[in-house]
Design a protein around this ligand. Structure first.
Ligand code: KQY
Length: 365
């Protein structure tokens, strides 16, 4: 498929909201033993449960390395799940996959952002990351979608959310971090976002959730539930390391307008925990120089906001936490037309992210 030298905006394409109809959801099979404990076996079981939950609502394609193909194919033996071979460095397809864009004529294309493993050699989580950087192109080839490549401009899909009506929300902690695009200032970064996603209003939250190893991805902290309404991870506990972060985000949201001039209605989602990995869970992760070490005293960045909207459903993580039922009830209230399904999120969280980070929706043509 062609790699285009124009931009989505110039060609009449934009990124739709996550609640727009999907043709499928993409996932990548987790296996790297220096991120996932016990050679990835517990997370693979969680990943199968997640894929099956999504497949109740829409087709799922799981990309898998050659080494794990037959294992993944056998374990994902369920209706609506396709398995294809794509080399990768880890499973975070929200960040390594394409950001799909659509036009008004039924065409779908993809933005292939440069990827540097969440910070390259300045705090990134592993190297090399070349196979991850090639995942988006391979997905677009399989889907016969033309591609826009932002060579030299680093971005992860988990660091942005859009409402499909011209508004984008992100965090300064991530997009202005020196380890992503140090050669660009805020205005220049905004210009790339406007051109590639066709947004007109960019809302900058100062930070994401505490101890999120992505430098504060917005998808673990705040998302749109419909135009003009956002869901923000929240704590009322002034002693929580998230307290100031939540207050600062609320202040920005309350003083902002979206692309249509609407003030935001802000819904507050309680933060579970505090959650920590056990010593045994940490001991199950291979120690490899240059990759993220696991430590039982480090607070995990667990969040119910890290859910995926699918056709007719909401797929959200549960954490065996007393707040699980409150989170489910709030999602049911916010998405009355969707069925809310919670799947166990702890094994996913132990690897540093959750459901939204591990999935990538492909909008319907
Ligand atoms: O949250 C994400 N979008 C990715 C997390 C990567 C964690 C790698 N250990």
């Amino acid at each position: 498929m062609a790699t285009l030298t124009t931009t989505p905006r110039a060609d009449g394409f934009h990124m739709p909201a996550e609640w727009a109809p999907h043709s499928q959801t993409w996932m990548v099979w987790p296996e790297r033993p220096d991120n996932w404990r016990l050679g990835g076996k517990p997370v693979q079981a969680a990943h199968v449960a997640l894929a099956k939950a999504i497949a109740r609502f829409e087709p799922v394609t799981v990309a898998v390395s050659a080494a794990q193909f037959s294992n993944a194919r056998a374990r994902l033996d369920a209706p609506n799940i396709r398995v294809v071979e794509i080399s990768n460095d880890d499973a975070w397809v929200r960040d390594t996959g394409p950001t799909f864009v659509i036009d008004g004529n039924g065409q779908v294309r993809g933005v292939d952002w440069a990827f540097n493993a969440w910070g390259g050699f300045e705090g990134g989580l592993y190297s090399p990351w070349q196979r991850d950087d090639e995942v988006a192109q391979k997905i677009l080839e399989l889907e016969h979608c033309d591609r826009y490549r932002t060579e030299g401009f680093v971005l992860e899909g988990g660091s942005i959310h859009v409402d499909g009506e011209g508004t984008l929300v992100t965090t300064e902690e991530c997009l202005l971090n020196h380890n992503r695009n140090p050669h660009l200032n805020r205005e220049q970064i905004e210009a790339v976002l406007r051109e590639h996603l066709a947004v007109s209003t960019i809302v900058w939250l100062p930070e994401g959730l505490y101890n999120d190893e992505t430098n504060g991805h917005v998808d673990n902290f705040c998302c749109f539930v419909r135009p003009g309404e956002v869901l923000l991870a929240w704590t009322d506990d002034p002693k929580s390391p998230n307290y100031e972060r939540c207050q600062a985000a609320l202040k920005v949201l309350e003083s902002s307008r979206d692309a249509k001039g609407r003030p935001f209605i802000v819904h507050k989602m309680p933060i579970p925990g505090p959650l920590y990995a056990t010593q045994e869970e940490c001991d199950g992760v291979d120690l490899v120089a240059g990759t993220q070490e696991r430590n039982p005293s480090a607070r995990l960045a667990g969040s119910y906001v890290n859910f995926l909207i699918v056709n007719g459903g909401i797929i959200a993580p549960s954490f065996d936490d007393p707040l699980d039922s409150e989170a489910k009830a709030l999602l049911e209230q916010l998405f009355p037309q969707h069925q809310v399904v919670m799947v166990p999120g702890r094994e996913l969280l132990l690897g540093g992210g959750n459901i939204h980070c591990l999935t990538q929706q492909q909008p319907a043509a």
